[in-house]
Design a protein around this ligand. Structure first.
Ligand SMILES: Cc1cc2nc3c(=O)[nH]c(=O)nc-3n(C[C@H](O)[C@H](O)[C@H](O)COP(=O)(O)O)c2cc1C
Length: 320
């Protein structure tokens, strides 16, 4: 028995697995290319990169794979437009947008023949996305890592979104095993988007200390933090999140005005860059609640083989 394929507009991947974009510099060309080569959809995270850096990453990934490749860019970042155009010029198949809604991006993608896939957290935004020409939507639930646009769990939200649109709906949040994939597809999703599971792979550009936190994390270590983006975020507890919890926000030392609107409680870009640089004490380690179920750091190839095998076991064991 084979897993179903995933078709988004004119692009089809052999497996219904999209690797979530993870900024800053966690999902880069090595991870995205490896996922695409294994039959999934690989996403490079554009937020926090310059347009030239993003072009170089997309080209590096393209040199390694003929598979389906995209970028994830947060609408909340000031350089959103330039980054989307950079990604399109470098030859991506799709653009996934998170943390906000942009009408303009649909036209930019349509003109270039690139599929546009917004991340949504409500029926209203899903319908709006379909109206403006989305090729698919990602429904991200409250259990996901990174910034959160809803307080509902993915499997609660998913059926209502599927009901409200006619385009493929991809479920994100809390998917780390083949059994999780089966549950999400059984609920009507066309595919899954997985972030945390791919952050803890060999090809992820997270430093070892970051991956190690995933492997060690228990449910008690994963919490919600306040982000100056204006959305809550989910991360692994460390001395920095203890400061945030206590309301002791670190002073902003240098501001590059990277967000369209910033609460200015602290500099999130600085904290994400620190964590990616290996400072997991004073940096912010975004992770989904499912990180508590991640206990190893496989290669992408080994992980994809495992996910398919687990999905198969769950499917064969299921009543007809
Ligand atoms: C370290 C990390 C960074 C992330 N960065 C982004 C991002 O830049 N843009 C975005 O839309 N989503 C981001 N996400 C969300 C993922 O793309 C994905 O939707 C989410 O991780 C799915 O939930 P899961 O972690 O339970 O698999 C991030 C998640 C993690 C764990």
């Amino acid at each position: 028995m084979d897993m179903p394929t995933l078709t988004i507009g004119t692009r089809t991947s052999r497996l219904p697995i999209m690797q979530g974009g993870m900024a800053v510099r966690i999902s880069m060309s090595p991870l995205a290319a490896a996922v695409a080569n294994e039959g999934g959809i690989g996403l490079i995270a554009g937020s926090g990169l310059t347009p030239d850096e993003l072009i170089a990453e997309v080209r590096a990934a393209r040199a390694e794979t003929d598979g389906v490749l995209g970028v994830n860019i947060m609408v909340a970042v000031r350089g959103f437009k330039e980054l989307v155009h950079a990604a399109i010029s470098a030859g991506v198949d799709l653009v996934v947008s998170g943390a906000g809604f942009s009408r303009d991006v649909f036209g930019w993608c349509r003109d270039a023949g690139v599929e546009m896939v917004p991340i949504v957290g409500s029926e209203r935004v899903a319908k709006l996305s379909q109206h403006f020409g989305a090729s698919a939507v990602v429904v991200e639930g409250f259990e996901a890592g990174g910034h959160l646009g809803t307080d509902e769990y993915m499997l609660d939200l998913l059926p209502r979104i599927i009901e409200s649109v006619d385009i493929p709906v991809i479920g994100a949040g809390g998917v780390v095993t083949g059994a999780d994939i089966k549950r999400t597809l059984d609920a009507g999703a066309a595919g899954v988007q997985m972030g945390s599971r791919f952050a803890a792979t060999v090809e992820s550009s997270a430093p070892d200390a970051f991956k190690d936190m995933y492997v060690r994390a228990t449910e008690d270590d994963i919490l919600i933090i306040k982000s100056p983006v204006g959305l809550p975020g989910r991360a692994i507890r460390n001395p920095f999140t203890d400061r945030l919890t206590a309301g002791d926000y670190p002073r902003i030392e240098r501001c590059e005005a990277c967000l369209k609107q910033c609460g200015r409680e602290y500099c999130i870009m600085d904290k994400l860059i620190r964590a990616q640089g290996g400072d997991v004490i004073d940096g912010l380690v975004f992770a989904g609640s499912s990180a508590a179920r991640i206990h190893d750091i496989p290669t992408v190839e080994a992980l994809m083989d495992r996910l398919v095998a687990q999905w198969r076991t769950a499917s064969e064991g299921a009543p007809a």
